[in-house]
Ligand binder design. Structure first.
Ligand code: ATP
Length: 704
């Protein structure tokens, strides 16, 4: 039967979106569903709605058969602006819905005839749950628990491998004591085939065991790396208290955890209990020879524990100094030009030297403690062989032991103490992993798990689907944790929807801080910030940011292309919207000179752009985001006079009637864009009124 529209169901974007959200278990408010059904939506609104409801929306271009598993569930855009909800794919088939919303597998070839090649992958954005862990170790325990099947197989394989290990000493014992005295070559052939099969089984089990461990480790590492970034993205600026260098160090910490979970270490840990098995077998075969491995273990185990305790504190100091070194290195690479220009190379070098000396001191003192034990550990296996041999000779002389049994006991003794020899290493790796996990706790505990003040939707946070861009600051005070006095005191201001307001004042008067409080990046110590009549602290910030476009004072450009930077806040902007935003800021003139236009490549931190270009790019990006509340912090500080004049001329046409503009500036020329000026001094509002009146007052203060 040919697959037609009757078998798989295509619908408008809004209908497909509603179906997909229902299937994903996202409850949309009735009024939103009704509005979507009545008004429909375009792909740009799709991104906005997804963000609102805690979903991620990723647009991609791909042939049907080449979509990775992670793409599903998704909306497939068909020709003629129809959409199909696709839930999964398997060999040559895609799972879609029919008209009755029943699941159905259809051939890719049937869909691909009408598939436009564009697909929107829609997924829940790492939703927090009430059982979520609040520390990195809790998180790790949960992940490991989820992989219990892998670890159960590893334990079973370890049990079998250790039992099979007994076969070689038994074989040795048999050959020496039974085959050799009688020259029984036929028997030798039979037992050799038997031991060959045992060795083969041992090989397969070991290989399977490594496979299961590596598989679990790969899963945990992947989750850990995703979790790290997800946790960071969920945090508000006021919650992040990390320097980039420290963060990089902590991210590296995951590699220690990975190491601890990887084959060598885990297998050592699993092999330790089999010391008892091997020693017991020695007891059966060689009687008193079992005391040799027991004596070695009686020295090795306490010594390893003492070494672990001694090195624990030292290694934490070593990690701390390493973090400081990384921070210094990061600053040095970022500020290399300034260091050269200031001729400050020598002073930086001496700072670096102090750090290197201190790091070496901690590092080597912690190694020195372990080196004595490591030397003993290496001697331990030799001690076992020599002591067993010497004792064995006496036992053979007294007729209680056969030579074959002695050889078997030597092999078993070495095997019994082998995992104990790695005990020091195991404990030190566990220690490093614990430290790494502890360092990650601030990220995990403040992340979306805890949820307060985060970007992801939370039942306690009020959703805001429509925002009237009016703002109110009531008795607002704020102090940075590192400061000893308030940056802002008793601010009372209200800005109505559609107002154009400038905030001016001397450097350090608190203008930027006020805008950061407005965007939810900082939380007031007292008083409140209200947007659209709601206290900002009770609102879901992701909702607020749908309507809030903020240009930061320090423009930040990401590596990629001009287009990828512009689309950062509005992934579905079309080319005329791009052109318009770039025209307002004057970026269009530079883009027209670039051979690749919007695809012009951008290096890390935008290092291949001029200061003015970076600013214009960030400004265009902010305008393109399209919020009804526009906050621009020094939007033209790096622009030339002509570009600034053009921007002032073009911006009013761009702004909607109800769009509120809050402009932070030192430039008098920008004040033509506003009707009202608020003057801050030392964190207080000292003047607030119509532009011309405030300017007159300021002039009078200056001249008078
Ligand atoms: N992250 C921070 N931690 C501690 N103090 C800070 C921080 N950011 C700013 N400050 C302090 O807060 C005060 C106000 O800074 P803010 O950036 O708001 O001033 P501003 O009026 O925007 O200055 P400018 O016009 O120079 O940009 C300053 O004294 C500054 O030193």
């Amino acid at each position: 039967m040919p697959i037609t529209e009757q078998t798989f169901h295509s619908s408008s974007l809004s209908d497909a979106f509603l179906i997909l959200t229902r299937l994903s278990g996202v409850d949309l408010p009735v009024e939103v569903s009704n509005e979507l059904i009545l008004k429909g939506m375009d792909t740009r609104q799709l991104h906005q709605h997804c963000e609102r409801f805690g979903l991620t929306c990723q647009r991609s271009l791909s042939a049907l058969g080449k979509m990775p598993e992670a793409t599903f569930p998704c909306l497939l855009q068909m020709k003629g602006k129809r959409f199909v909800v696709a839930l999964a794919a398997r060999q040559g088939e895609v799972q879609v819905l029919d008209k009755e919303s029943q699941l159905l597998w259809v051939k890719e070839s049937a869909l691909s005839e009408r598939f436009s090649g564009v697909c929107y992958s829609i997924q829940k954005a790492g939703e927090p749950d009430s059982h979520s862990p609040v520390t990195a170790s809790d998180w790790l325990k949960r992940e490991v628990a989820q992989l219990w099947a892998n670890y159960a197989q590893v334990i079973l394989a370890t049990l079998l491998i250790n039992c099979l290990t007994l076969a070689v000493p038994v074989f040795t014992h048999f050959v020496f004591d039974k085959v050799l005295p009688n020259y029984a070559t036929e028997t030798l052939l039979a037992v050799t085939i038997g031991i060959g099969l045992v060795i083969l089984a041992d090989f397969v089990l070991r290989w399977l065991r490594s496979f299961y461990i590596d598989d679990a480790c790969r899963h945990i590492t992947r989750q850990a790396e995703l979790q790290l970034i997800d946790s960071l993205l969920r945090q508000e600026a006021h919650q992040i208290n990390l320097s980039p260098a420290r963060l990089a160090q902590q991210a590296q910490g995951f590699s220690r955890v990975k190491e601890a979970l990887s084959s060598s270490i885990l297998l050592t840990a699993l092999d330790i209990p089999f010391f008892i098995l091997f020693t017991a077998v020695i007891g059966v075969i060689g009687g008193p020879l079992m005391w040799v491995p027991i004596a070695v273990a009686a020295i090795l185990i306490p010594a390893s524990i003492i070494n672990y305790r001694l090195t624990r504190k030292r290694s934490s100091l070593a990690t701390k100094t390493q973090t400081e070194k990384n921070a210094c290195l990061h600053e040095l690479t970022q500020g290399l030009e300034t260091i050269r220009a200031m001729g400050a190379g020598q002073s930086l070098l001496s700072r670096w030297r102090i750090l290197v000396n201190s790091s070496n001191r901690h590092d080597f003192s912690h190694r020195r403690v372990g080196s004595v034990l490591n030397a003993f550990v290496i001697s331990a296996s030799q001690i076992v062989v020599v002591a067993t041999l010497v004792m064995g000779v006496f036992l053979i002389q007294s007729g209680v032991l056969a030579p074959g049994s002695l050889f078997a006991c030597i092999i078993l003794g070495s095997r019994a103490v082998a995992p104990l020899m790695n005990l020091t290493q195991l404990l030190s790796r566990i220690n490093l992993s614990r430290q790494a996990l502890k360092q990650l706790d601030p990220i995990f505990s403040n992340s979306g798990f805890a949820n307060a003040g985060t970007e992801s939707p939370d039942a306690t946070q009020q959703r805001l689907y429509h925002l009237i861009p009016d703002i109110e600051f009531q008795d607002l005070s704020f102090r940075y944790p590192s400061d000893n006095q308030d940056t802002l005191h008793g601010i009372n201001l209200s800005i109505s929807a559609g107002e154009r307001v400038a905030i001016v004042g001397a450097s350090g008067s608190g203008k930027t801080t006020l805008t950061r409080l407005l965007s939810g990046g900082l939380i007031p110590d007292s008083g409140r910030v209200s947007v659209s009549g709601h206290d900002l602290t009770g609102l879901n910030l992701a909702d607020v940011r749908q309507h809030l476009s903020v240009l930061q004072q320090q423009p930040f450009v990401f590596s990629g292309s001009v287009r990828s930077n512009l689309l950062l806040g509005n992934a579905s902007a079309n080319s005329s919207e791009l052109d318009r935003a770039c025209f307002i800021t004057g970026l269009d003139q530079w883009i027209s000179r670039c051979r690749k236009g919007y695809e012009h490549p951008i290096d890390e931190y935008g290092s291949n752009l001029s200061g003015g270009q970076k600013q214009a790019l960030c400004l265009s990006r902010t305008l393109l985001h399209g919020g009804s509340l526009l906050v621009l912090d020094e939007p033209t500080s790096a622009m030339d006079n002509l570009s600034e004049a053009q921007f002032c001329q073009r911006l009013p046409d761009f702004l909607g009637e109800d769009q509120t503009l809050v402009l932070v500036t030192h430039r008098a020329s920008l004040l033509q864009l506003v009707d009202r000026i608020i003057v801050l001094a030392h964190g207080r509002v000292v003047a607030d009124g119509a532009r011309d009146e405030v300017l007159k007052k300021m002039q009078a203060v200056r001249t008078g």
